[in-house]
Design a protein around this ligand. Structure first.
Ligand SMILES: C[S@@+](CC[C@H](N)C(=O)[O-])C[C@H]1O[C@@H](n2cnc3c(N)ncnc32)[C@H](O)[C@@H]1O
Length: 195
């Protein structure tokens, strides 16, 4: 059964666009015993979805707010996604992870801190959800407030990864030496594959 159908059948309220679920189905299908970390869990529904759809999975969640509705097979840690020592503690204790999903603040600075800190503990996929969402900032109370797309950082990130993948004759690095295999950019969702 597809993840989309399973979510509907189990009346799961995880905040996921439908095409995200098809992408997750493809990623999950590679693993018999996936280890998943999700940053940003809100009411715990996405963690419940992973735990119920993937009965052999290890599921870990992080959120800066306490989550009260936790599936019994889920481990939860309360903390901020831009707190490097907190992330390292969780990753050392629970990692490495086959798949990491960042669905937390959707703010570029915090998103990049999590990516940099957790990436060494990722075995295969690092997913960033909702990269095109609008920035929330205190200036929303300003009369001149203009919502801005939060996707600039994604261009920088993609450029950095492309530079890392730019290996040509005479390059100091050899083919196969990059830590990235590829980057896939979907509507509002990014998948980085680690080599
Ligand atoms: C979009 S909701 C998560 C939805 C959930 N993944 C789902 O699919 O149902 C975003 C969550 O990120 C958390 N969050 C926001 N900023 C955060 C931060 N800096 N560190 C950790 N969690 C954060 C919020 O408390 C909220 O629960």
């Amino acid at each position: 059964m597809s993840l989309q159908s399973f979510k509907q059948l189990t009346n799961n309220k995880a905040d996921k666009n439908l095409h995200y679920l098809d992408i997750y189905d493809r990623l999950f299908s590679e693993f018999s015993f996936p280890s998943i970390l999700e940053i940003g869990v809100w009411q715990g529904e996405s963690l419940r979805l992973w735990a119920e759809y993937l009965p052999t999975a290890k599921v870990v969640g992080i959120d800066n707010n306490f989550c009260t509705h936790l599936h019994p097979r889920v481990k939860f840690y309360q903390g901020n996604q831009s707190d490097v020592s907190f992330l390292e503690d969780v990753a050392k204790k629970e990692g490495p992870f086959d798949i990491v999903i960042d669905d937390a603040s959707h703010r570029s600075g915090a998103t990049l801190v999590s990516l940099r800190t957790i990436f060494p503990y990722v075995k295969k996929y690092y997913v960033i959800e909702d990269w095109a969402c609008y920035t929330e900032c205190s200036s929303i109370f300003d009369n001149n407030y203009q919502p801005q797309k939060n996707s600039e950082y994604l261009l920088d990130l993609a450029k950095n990864i492309m530079e890392e993948l730019a290996i040509w004759r005479g390059s100091a690095r050899k083919f196969g030496s990059s830590k990235f295999e590829k980057i896939e950019i979907y509507e509002n969702l990014l998948v980085i594959t680690k080599r």
